[in-house]
Unconditional design. Structure first.
Length: 234
């Protein structure tokens, strides 16, 4: 497959202590029920959030962490793993260190909720929001859905410093020699809008993965998408 030529403009970033809209009303109600508080449906959203934090702190931090993981990560972790993580996450940034990268997003959100509830007892974390405009100069893409996490990371490669962890861990994947299977685990959220051949892109990732991104006014990116069956085994 030929390389795709893209024009990348106005790369900018900002840091977030929490990801907006992570916790919705249905989440608060689910958490309250898990912690033994029912019939909170009629509460205004702000009071619901405050009551959720109070309910969490009725438990010891370890137990509260296990309860939240039981609600949101039961399909991914067994009880022993949740117990160990609940203990470790009070000391370490498990949302950056856990071997299963696809769990980092949810672990980050749980950690930040616990940190807020327990007034800083859990380590602080940061997410990063990155925005930029991408121009498809050759008309390769037809819709915002074509601007996948793989495309985004490869388009941003020039804005990553040479010692970027993404560049260090995924050199062959960024070049298209191997599949970038972790792309959706690195890009936690993405929003793409289209106007003709221009795409407005907004992503949220971890400070760990993309926090060192460099703002940049404009550059040309040539990216190679991975195609199954063309993997380089060398």
């Amino acid at each position: 497959m030929d390389k795709i030529k893209l024009q990348v403009e106005n790369v900018a970033h900002e840091y977030l202590s929490e990801i907006p809209d992570t916790w919705q009303k249905e989440d608060y109600l689910k958490i309250l029920e898990e912690f033994g508080f029912a019939d909170a449906d009629a509460l205004p959203d702000k009071e619901l959030a405050e009551m959720t934090l109070m309910a969490i702190t009725d438990e010891e931090p370890n137990q509260a962490a296990e309860n939240l993981m039981g609600l949101y990560l039961a399909d991914d972790l067994n009880e022993g793993q949740m117990s160990q993580i609940a203990s470790d996450m009070q000391l370490d940034k498990i949302f950056e260190e856990y071997p299963e990268i696809r769990l980092h997003h949810r672990l980050f959100s749980i950690n930040q909720l616990l940190r807020k509830a327990y007034n800083g007892k859990f380590p602080d974390g940061q997410a990063v929001k990155i925005t930029f405009t991408l121009t498809d100069t050759e008309g390769t893409f037809t819709s915002p859905d074509d601007i996948t996490s793989e495309v985004i990371l490869k388009a941003l490669e020039k804005a990553m410093p040479d010692n970027s962890i993404v560049k260090r861990l995924y050199p062959d994947q960024l070049e298209g020699k191997k599949e970038l299977a972790d792309a959706d685990a690195i890009v936690w959220q993405r929003k793409v809008t289209q106007s003709s051949d221009k795409y407005g892109v907004e992503i949220v990732s971890s400070d760990y993965w993309l926090g060192d991104i460099l703002d940049h006014p404009s550059y040309e990116a040539e990216i190679q998408l991975f195609k199954a069956g063309e993997e380089d085994d060398d």
